[in-house]
Design a binder for this molecule. Sequence first.
Ligand code: COA
Ligand code: ZN
Length: 329
Amino acid sequence: MSIWNGERRRIHMQEVGTRDGFQAEAAFVGTHDKIALIDALSKTGMAKIEVTAFVSPQAIPALRDAEQVLREIERKPGVVYTALVPNMRGAERAIDARADELNLVMSASVSHNLSNLRMTQEQSFGGLKQVAAMARDASVPVNISLSCAFGCPMEGDVPESTLLAWCRRFIEEAGARGVTLCDTTGMAYPRQVANLTAQFIERWPHTELTLHFHNTRGMGLANVLAAIDSGADRFDASLGGIGGCPYAPGASGNVCSEEIVHALELMGYDTGVDLGALIAAAQRLPSLIGHDTPSQIVKAGRRLDLHPLPADFAAIRERALQRDAAPRP
Ligand code: COA
Ligand code: ZN
């Protein structure tokens, strides 16, 4: 499945570490450090970068510098610089700061929508439509993210029919260019992912579908592979595997960008990402956030990052060979 028409199949990687990642961090990452990190990520070959969120600074103080960050990053042609927006106020701010795309969000779960966005789902969707209309007037495309699409930590599973009904409204009523199915707290499992992905693509083959997984229960990569097998080609991931919604109990890191790129490239997919440059960016994270990250690749290196032979290797070999030469008793 990784080779289509003699070419490596393209998988689009979308970095969310500076939004989903930093929103979950206790430490405030300095504005210039954020800008430098995003500039480094731009050079890695990511298709899209979720730069920041234009949310209330009281709700998410870590992203209170959203305007400055989005305005001052160096934009690489071809990379889409998106930003999360919860309401009209956020949309005005993001459009003003020249976001390429607005990422609107609501939850598939009644209780998570109320606790995260402080609105009922209908109120959220009404707001989404208004924001989408405003974005259309400003010629800025809109993506809509459906949180808790693979389960809610407070309610459990959300029926597939409910999920697809929200997707339909996002596309047909709000005019979304793309939809992201978010596994906000790592409840997704491969068969569920494969089913939902296949149904979405069958119904809306021309809508940009993104899968957004968290690795909370270690199923992140398995879910990515299941989605690819069902036809998906766009994934959110975060540098170092940091991340998590502060309003979802038990949330933890996104799937890790460098781990996903490492695995997909080995499997013959074309992510367009320079893995060495991505790992170098990930190595900068601990000093910015003040702690280690979950990234396995930063710790272990790439599969073929070989280690030197033991210092006494020549002596070991010599002794082994002598055993052959010695006369048998
Ligand atoms: N940008 C800046 N400030 C905003 C804002 C925005 N997009 N939206 C609301 N505010 C400010 C208001 O001006 C108000 O400030 P004040 O108290 O100084 O007057 C304050 O936030 C509360 O505004 P209100 O309209 O009453 O909103 P709320 O308290 O119901 O908050 C949200 C609603 C969703 C905007 C807010 O909770 C939020 O931004 N949450 C973050 C959600 C999030 O990012 N979760 C993680 C990602 S999934
Ligand atoms: Zn997330």
